[in-house]
Design a protein around this ligand. Structure first.
Ligand SMILES: C[S@@+](CC[C@H](N)C(=O)[O-])C[C@H]1O[C@@H](n2cnc3c(N)ncnc32)[C@H](O)[C@@H]1O
Length: 437
């Protein structure tokens, strides 16, 4: 496809997304069904453009003084993708797929965009207006800086699996995808975000992935797992295991000693974990599904560590899934908060006296973190906060440089709120609570 057709496709897809508020993936798939002429490269290009538009939707409109999808598409192509005005004009005028020549106001704004200086926070930093009080509450004067980092493209982070091979060997098998070690945490590597119009390299097709040497896992998610600390020989329950990203990281930390249990309320979510664990060489894992007979009753009060990777709004992953920020509603946030209260109460039952509960969300919102935990702690006085950094240090995965990088992200409670402006990691929140002996 030529630029003219790709540009028109992006306008169509963004219009559809905004009319139906479906996941961007759905809008892209629906468009692709009617555009059989589009090849894989076209689809990747158009998808990359739509993601960039949704990352910067409001600031693009404000710069253009025009809220239409068309204005956002041309603004993104010019300001973010550096397509010249002449090339844009040529594509827009091309028959039969061009979307129509630039109007005079469009040309003026592309040449001299409106300043964002006087725009409100949610426009400058590209998030839904209703969330402004929540975001001001958590990030205060740094809100624009931090939220702008949530509108950037994300790298592909990898965890090198010590259960299968040495880090050096895994790294040398990753040369073709140009992965480089992340000096903050041992056993991590990073493939930098590709240029906007290119697809990220497909790690899952390289032999090292299929041999279990490497997992795709954001640095923030790896730091969250490291918070479990020294877990060799321990009894560990991953209570919200889902597809098992954290389970596999915990298993690697345990070096196949002790006993790791993975549970999730939704049995379908656990399904991929069976083959993922096998590929990763995990031998100390019991998957306990609510669809099975075993349940978790025998584990009550017995776990050294209960890891709770709680259901949440996913606000911390807006770099990767910018469509989700425009689809999030106040009602959904309320629902997640209620779920979180339930999960906390349920998971706490499994912590043995003297044991720890690790609370993790991929959300930076205080309503999903500090507020939930303070409510839980006031009703469960046998639990109290413990510094997360102690656990991460005990894991032996953190470098000196990593320690320095994480320190500014420690909250007054000793929890950690990660953000992409500092680590280029997703916005995870991590807290540790110990149960009195
Ligand atoms: C953030 S996801 C987990 C992601 C997973 N740990 C990973 O690293 O890939 C949260 C999970 O919590 C599960 N969940 C929600 N409520 C639950 C509950 N009351 N008990 C157990 N699991 C629950 C959801 O089904 C979902 O899979």
């Amino acid at each position: 496809m030529r630029l003219s057709g790709r540009l028109s496709a992006a306008i169509e897809i963004i219009s559809d997304f905004e009319a139906r508020r479906v996941p961007l993936k759905t809008a892209l798939a629906d468009w692709a069904r009617g555009a059989r002429y589009a090849g894989a490269k076209d689809r990747a290009w158009i998808s990359g453009l739509c993601l960039d538009i949704l990352r910067n939707r409001q600031s693009l409109s404000a710069m253009m003084g025009d809220e239409s999808p068309r204005a956002a598409v041309i603004a993104c192509l010019h300001f973010e993708w550096a397509i010249s005005l002449d090339d844009l004009q040529e594509a827009l005028c091309e028959e039969p797929h061009g979307a129509g020549a630039l109007t005079e106001p469009e040309r003026v704004r592309l040449e001299t965009p409106n300043s964002l200086d006087d725009e409100p926070l949610h426009v400058r930093a590209n998030f839904p207006e209703w969330l402004a009080p929540n975001i001001e509450r958590v990030f205060g004067a740094d809100a624009v800086k931090i939220m702008s980092a949530f509108a950037e493209r994300a790298d592909v982070d990898l965890r090198l699996n010590g259960l299968k091979t040495e880090s050096e060997k895994a790294l040398s098998a990753l040369k073709s995808v140009k992965a480089k070690p992340i000096p903050l945490l041992k056993n991590t590597a990073r493939i930098e975000a590709p240029s906007p119009s290119e697809k990220a390299p497909a790690v899952t097709v390289i032999p090292a992935f299929n041999k279990g040497w490497v997992e795709v896992q954001d640095l923030g998610s790896q730091i969250a797992a490291a918070a479990a600390g020294e877990v060799k020989g321990a009894q560990v329950l991953d209570y919200c295991a889902g597809g098992g990203g954290k389970t596999l990281a915990l298993a690697a930390m345990m070096e196949n000693t002790g006993q790791l249990y993975a549970y999730d309320r939704d049995p379908r979510r656990l399904k991929p974990l069976f083959h993922r664990a096998k590929r990763a060489g995990v031998r100390n894992l019991q998957i306990r599904s609510p669809a099975g007979d075993e349940g978790l009753d025998d584990l009550v009060g017995k776990m050294d560590v209960v890891f709770v990777d709680a259901p949440c709004t996913g606000a911390g992953t807006w770099r990767r899934h910018p469509d989700t920020k425009w689809r999030l509603t106040e009602q959904q946030l309320q629902r997640q908060m209620q779920e979180q209260d339930i999960v906390l109460r349920q998971a706490a039952e499994f912590v043995k006296p003297g044991g720890r509960m690790i609370w993790v969300t991929c959300s930076f919102l205080m309503e999903e973190n500090e507020d939930r935990l303070s409510e839980f702690l006031s009703a469960n006085t046998d639990f109290s906060f413990e510094p997360v950094i102690d656990g991460i240090e005990a894991s032996n995965l953190l470098s000196q440089e990593g320690h320095g990088a994480i320190k500014p992200m420690i909250t007054p409670e000793g929890a950690i709120r990660l953000s992409p402006d500092k680590l280029r990691a997703d916005g995870f929140f991590i807290a540790t609570m110990r149960r009195a002996s």
